[in-house]
Ligand binder design. Structure first.
Ligand code: APR
Length: 320
């Protein structure tokens, strides 16, 4: 069987990290694409020169021409601009929407059967725009945000409780903004739901509230520290876990920006929900039971995403 082909659209901080992990894990041959000349070629060559050290039998290539991603099995999209301190993800909308148009057309012309994972922010609106511009089936286009937000949530819970991250299952739903919804009742440490941990004295309610708040603002915390850009290691690892679920038909339930038509009462939109990822892409949305408070938080976040989609439609009439 021929090797799989992984196309990385955007070869910046996340794109380069994705290429590194994809090569080390031998997911397939990697094409790094970017509009910047030399950047994808330089990163691809540097990474290719490292493969003899760890014996990875994959090729890495840099490209400025969409023809080079022809036939890709998986495309991970990070093209666009990242946040700087003082910016919200929504501030990126105007610039990144134009980028999604170019990327959508490039994917449509060259790899119409690919599974597409969008990382570019503002995530929920950009994954929607990418699906619209590419015309791909909604199950083959997803957004990466929930795996990252949930991983941050799990890490903070591990730090507080001293329990291994391996035994923590944390979930965040809804949009990838500061009004995301960390699912306190559905997340567990060693099988115990978080409210039970508070009852048993593992942490106070104030500790738990602090962790929820830090999770919501997790991206901004990294931006403030780095000063020149946004997070890239954890986003890259998160997208790779999604790519592996597709390539290996793992049927993993991961929180991703998936198309909801009826689920969670939504009438055709992308938002963060748990979904089964396998060879069919996003095969099924998993519906958590939400109580009134959770439903209200989810609705607030959905309203923000809908506002961003409306803004996209205003900027680009072809989306209306
Ligand atoms: N086509 C292809 N690549 C593009 C285009 C385009 N039209 N426009 C910009 N790029 C490239 C840039 O040249 C740059 O190399 O996208 C890359 C983005 O890389 P970084 O600026 O390093 O950003 P990164 O940290 O990788 O984040 C990318 O993911 O998490 C989100 O908010 C983040 O939207 C941002 C994206």
């Amino acid at each position: 069987m021929a090797r799989k082909k992984i196309a990385l659209i955007g070869s910046g901080m996340i794109g380069g990290t994705l290429a590194h992990i994809a090569a080390r894990e031998e997911l397939g041959d990697v094409v790094l694409f970017d509009i910047a000349e030399g950047l994808p070629q330089g990163k691809a060559l540097d990474l290719a020169e490292s493969t003899p050290v760890y014996n990875a039998s994959v090729s890495l290539k840099g490209a400025n021409d969409y023809a080079d991603i022809k036939g890709a099995d998986v495309c991970i999209v990070t093209a666009g601009v990242a946040r700087k301190p003082g910016m919200s993800r929504d501030d990126l909308l105007g610039i990144n929407l134009k980028v999604m148009k170019a990327v959508g057309e490039g994917l449509k012309a060259n790899c119409p059967d690919a599974f597409v994972i969008c990382i570019t922010n503002p995530l929920d609106a950009m994954v929607w725009a990418l699906q619209q511009f590419s015309g791909f089936k909604t199950n083959k286009v997803v957004g990466m945000a929930g795996v990252l937000d949930s991983s941050r949530f799990a890490y903070f819970l591990s730090e507080k409780t001293g329990v291994s991250v391996a035994d923590i299952h944390a979930w965040t739903l809804a949009g990838h903004g500061d009004d995301m919804v960390p699912m306190v009742r559905h997340s567990t440490v060693g099988g115990l739901p978080l409210p039970e941990l508070v009852k048993q004295g593992w942490m106070t309610q104030a500790d738990l509230d602090g962790i929820v708040d830090r999770t919501r603002k997790g991206g901004g915390e990294i931006v403030a520290l780095l000063k020149t850009g946004s997070a890239y290691y954890a986003p890259a690892e998160s997208a790779i876990s999604m790519a592996k679920a597709y390539l290996n038909d793992q049927k993993r339930v991961l929180p991703v920006a998936a198309w909801c038509q009826g689920e969670y009462g939504l009438d055709g939109m992308y938002v963060g929900v748990p979904a089964v990822l396998g060879a069919g892409g996003a095969e099924k949305v998993v519906e958590f039971d939400l109580n009134d408070a959770e439903r209200a938080m989810f609705a607030k976040s959905v309203t923000s995403v809908q506002g961003l989609i409306a803004a996209c439609k205003e900027i680009d009439g072809s989306l209306a």
